[in-house]
Write a protein that binds this ligand. Structure first.
Ligand SMILES: C[S@@+](CC[C@H](N)C(=O)[O-])C[C@H]1O[C@@H](n2cnc3c(N)ncnc32)[C@H](O)[C@@H]1O
Length: 182
């Protein structure tokens, strides 16, 4: 992301902080997640959106046994839940871990790590895409999932802000079924 620092004062955006500051509007911290989370007070975040590594051996991670990988991420989840406000949400986006052509859907392995904190799953959102590696002995992987958990029943969901408008054929179908709620 390009952050311009030499903009005219009248066009300046909010200051970008590199460490946690309760008065900051934007914090971009480059460092280890656990170290950073230690600096954040409990009950601070209303919404946490993250996509952790998938243990695939990418340049930013060491591929390990799946149990070791989950043990590490469990520490992150413990911290995130503490930092989350009672009315807060966590969106945790992961794909599949694949080993010897066997597929491990990471979201299913993560579910219990959130449930042990009493978190409640509100949606398991599927992100479907058209690109990626081609598999030859199974269907190619073309989706990832986002687990949306809330800490309590008191949470924010702005449906109207993200609602997909009905197509004209859907509108016509709904009009025909006046008595039935669409
Ligand atoms: C699956 S990618 C998600 C990328 C992200 N969605 C984005 O668009 O930049 C996982 C990211 O976690 C970062 N990461 C890996 N281990 C980390 C750690 N211990 N602390 C902080 N970030 C870490 C990696 O550098 C990588 O950018």
């Amino acid at each position: 992301m390009l952050i311009q620092t030499n903009t005219l004062p009248m066009f300046k955006g909010p200051e970008v902080h590199s460490d946690f500051d309760p008065t900051a509007q934007i914090i971009l911290h480059c460092g280890d997640t656990l170290n950073f989370l230690e600096t954040v007070p409990n009950d601070t975040a209303k919404l946490i959106i993250t996509s952790p590594p998938y243990n695939l051996g990418k340049e930013y991670e060491n591929k390990t046994a799946i149990e070791t990988y989950l043990d590490f991420q469990d520490q992150v989840i413990d911290q995130l839940v503490s930092k989350l406000r009672t009315d807060g949400s966590i969106c945790w986006q992961v794909g599949n871990f694949v080993e010897d052509s066997e597929v491990f859907p990471l979201d299913t392995l993560y579910y219990s790590h959130f449930k042990k904190h009493g978190m409640k799953l509100r949606n398991r959102i599927i992100w479907r895409f058209n690109h990626g590696l081609h598999a030859s002995k199974r269907f190619s992987g073309r989706y990832e999932t986002i687990l949306w958990f809330t800490k309590s029943d008191n949470y924010t969901f702005n449906l109207d802000s993200v609602r997909v408008p009905r197509s004209s054929s859907q509108q016509a179908r709904c009009a025909r079924r006046e008595a039935v709620r669409c």
